[in-house]
Design a binder for this molecule. Structure first.
Ligand SMILES: [Zn+2]
Ligand SMILES: [Zn+2]
Length: 171
């Protein structure tokens, strides 16, 4: 595997306006905090594909890679392994206004490591689960409902009015 890239020099592609190149890069992914839990990528060094096109005064960029995040299921706290597909785009067009600037591009330098880190966070699902239909933990006793099965139920707390009635009867 080629060495990893933190900062990629777009200048060395020597693109003129309208030209594009595809480059394979190895980016280093970092662990992250999500919903109070810690998740780590299965492989820190991740093969990614960078598409760079030269616009009149800047670049149009696309970064794609696959990651697997490992950490606790947010419902049952068992181990979860979540595949995530990242397809991120950035435009950096100096002179084109604030929204045409990319925070990851400075001149010809692309901060591909920071971009990959943020793109991974943005691609996270709403909730990380061990499986789509994870039943989570019982709200009353905390048992794992995936293991306990569908007949795991608790008797409802007795209605206080009936408790009063039974007291009356005892007197
Ligand atoms: Zn689960
Ligand atoms: Zn229970």
């Amino acid at each position: 595997m080629a060495g990893k890239t933190d900062i990629f020099d777009l200048g060395r592609l020597q693109l003129s306006s309208g030209q594009a190149r595809r480059v394979d890069l190895v980016v280093e992914l970092e662990g992250l905090e999500f919903g109070g839990q810690r998740y780590v990528p299965q492989t820190r060094m991740t093969e990614s594909v960078l598409d760079a096109s030269r616009t009149t005064s800047g670049y149009s960029l696309r970064l794609r890679f696959q990651a697997r995040l490992q950490g606790p299921c947010m419902r049952c706290l068992e181990y979860a392994d979540t595949p995530i597909s990242i397809d991120a785009r950035e435009i950096d067009q100096p002179g084109g206004g604030e929204d045409m600037r990319s925070p990851y591009v400075g001149g010809d330098e692309l901060d591909v490591r920071s971009w990959a880190r943020d793109a991974l966070v943005l691609a996270l699902p709403a909730q990380i689960v061990c499986r789509e239909d994870c039943r989570g933990l019982c709200a009353i006793c905390g048992e794992n409902l995936n293991e306990a099965g569908p007949d795991h139920v608790h008797e409802r707390a007795p209605d206080p009015r009936f408790a009063k009635l039974s007291e009356l009867r005892l007197e």
